[in-house]
Write a protein that binds this ligand. Structure first.
Ligand code: C2O
Length: 536
């Protein structure tokens, strides 16, 4: 293993898309940002220098950060932000992981333009558990707003309903041809007939789950969230913000140009957005004037297509990469989650009410001191550890909004002992928006042992849990009006954020955090913080 040094200069630059220009915050002037490469076991050092007028922090989404929560990145959870003119070196080691992840800003909505791919290669000499591809291609999906995203957040916080949706989706920074804006081309993926390519697909969008497909070609999924899966061949993949998917594609045509499409799944009904981002798969030797073979993206409510993808994923569970599902459970937790409406007489918009997000009826309030610092240095008054293991009212979803969705505000954590095993059922309350909630857990991968629609029934539903080869992920879509059950082992001491990866829902409070105590063994406690850790 070796040490990888990267430098991230946070700088503003002007960007023109959809025939309009605006200044955007970027890393090193790039959108999407630079790709980080490392191998399993490498030590990664990223020096982030903040040259802009905003506070900044960067999260290495899906990197386990064993005992190094100081390098995880969510602002006010594991670190104070890097202030204008300051810098911070994120220092962590990649342990037991290989595959595609992403990095992104983890403060306000800065990740709209501050994100990129994180590729972890297997240890030197260790092959992939699938045929070696001819080439690897990074495909970053995102969104683009013509307006300033900070203004969009303020609008979301005003009270009313959903904020503006983005003006376009993008594939590697390009929306593809846009009506009335002829100057914009799209991303081109050059291929040679007969060769196989590995696409490392990342959803870096703020607020959209996306379908992804390629005309005339099938995708063989081999990995999700940097964990290997049993290969499965499909037309369409579904990818939520924060998720990653590695898919093989064989260029099995002789020539031609084929449309690549990324389109939204289950937008909020009040903010319908039909924009499909397009790119082109281009066979070598094909004339530029050749017409492109088109594909029709699934409709936005194509739940069957989504379910087909979700239900087809299984851990590879091979000798080399066994699934390690906890077989016994120390904590059985049940969290309701979703959106609700609370009274807000002082809100500027929204007729005296505002949208809030909550888990177990708690709307999480961001602290002003980072939680990990408060925990490590015993600073009192920053958080409490009384996050409930169950909702305060028995939840029964009958299809109409129940009246017990009033929430209370608090910075509440759930405390776990080192190495505790957890089974967590996440029940979506299905109120207001029909979207899935892509729930992301920092610091751990988990196994998705069960999933269903309607109310979770502990007696019957737990009987059908897959404890053999469930998919292992760091971000999972909790179905609208349904539930998922996950299991993980709390083998990482620290404070670990868990939140909906739709940024607007995080903003509204759909988030909480776990506090994992140190263990008693020699390598079971949080390593001391680095000297340059930012102060609040
Ligand atoms: Cu990718 Cu807490 O985020």
């Amino acid at each position: 293993c070796r040490v990888r040094h990267y430098k991230f200069n946070v700088v503003t630059r002007n960007a023109t898309k959809l025939c309009s220009s605006k200044p955007v915050v970027t890393i090193n002037g790039q959108f999407p940002g630079p790709t980080l490469y490392a191998r399993e076991d490498d030590n990664v050092l990223v020096k982030v220098v903040n040259h802009v007028q905003y506070n900044v922090s960067i999260h290495w989404h899906g990197v386990r950060q064993l005992r190094t929560g100081w390098a995880d990145g969510p602002a006010y959870i594991t670190q104070c932000p890097i202030q204008p003119g300051q810098s911070y070196v994120y220092n962590f080691t990649i342990t037991g992981q290989r595959g595609t992840l992403l990095w992104h800003a983890h403060i306000f909505w800065l990740r709209a333009t501050v994100h990129g791919a994180f590729v972890i290669l297997p240890k030197l000499g260790v092959p992939y558990p699938f045929p070696k591809p001819h080439k690897e291609v990074i495909v970053v999906l995102a969104e683009w707003w013509k307006s300033d995203t900070e203004a969009v957040i303020n609008q979301a916080m005003q009270g009313g309903l959903a904020p503006n949706v983005s003006d376009a989706h993008t594939i590697n920074g390009h929306p593809g041809p846009v009506p009335n804006c002829s100057s914009q081309g799209g991303f081109t993926l050059p291929v040679q007939s007969g060769k196989t390519y590995l696409l490392r697909i990342i959803n870096a969008a703020l607020n959209e789950e996306l379908f992804f497909k390629i005309a005339g070609h099938k995708l063989t999924i081999v990995e999700v969230d940097a964990t290997y899966v049993k290969p499965v061949k499909l037309d369409t993949i579904l990818i939520a913000p924060g998720q990653t998917t590695n898919a093989l594609i064989t260029a099995d045509q002789n020539s031609g140009k084929y449309m690549v499409a990324a389109s939204p799944f289950m937008d909020s009904p009040v903010a319908v957005d039909n924009l499909t981002a397009t790119a082109t798969l281009h066979y070598s030797g094909t004339l530029a004037s050749t017409p492109t073979t088109l594909t029709t993206p699934p409709p936005q409510n194509a739940t069957a297509v989504a379910n087909k993808f979700i239900n087809s994923l299984r851990s590879l569970n091979s000798k080399t990469y066994p699934a390690q599902v906890p077989s016994t459970v120390d904590h059985k937790l049940f969290f309701t989650m979703g959106l609700g409406v609370n009274p807000c007489p002082s809100c500027a918009a929204g007729n005296g009410s505002r949208v809030v997000g909550a888990m177990n009826n708690v709307t999480f309030v961001m602290p002003t001191t980072a939680l990990l610092q408060a925990h490590y240095f015993n600073i009192s008054g920053v958080y409490t550890t009384d996050f409930p293991a169950n909702p305060p009212h028995v939840f029964n979803y009958t299809g109409t909004p129940p009246s017990n969705l009033q929430t209370t505000n608090g910075t509440k954590l759930f405390r776990l002992s080192y190495n505790d095993t957890v089974e967590l059922v996440l029940q979506d309350t299905g109120i207001i928006a029909p979207e899935n909630h892509p729930l992301h857990l920092h610091g751990f991968n988990f196994y998705a042992v069960g999933r269903g629609l309607g109310n979770y029934n502990p007696k019957n539903d737990s009987k059908s849990f897959n404890l053999v080869d469930p998919v292992e992920r760091n971000t999972i879509g909790v179905p609208s009006g349904g539930w998922v059950a996950i299991r993980f082992r709390a083998d990482n001491p620290g404070v670990w954020f868990m939140h909906c990866h739709l940024e607007v829902h995080t903003t509204w409070g759909l988030k909480m955090a776990f506090l994992v105590n140190n263990g008693k063994g020699p390598n079971e406690s949080i390593i001391p913080p680095p000297a340059d850790l930012p102060k609040c």
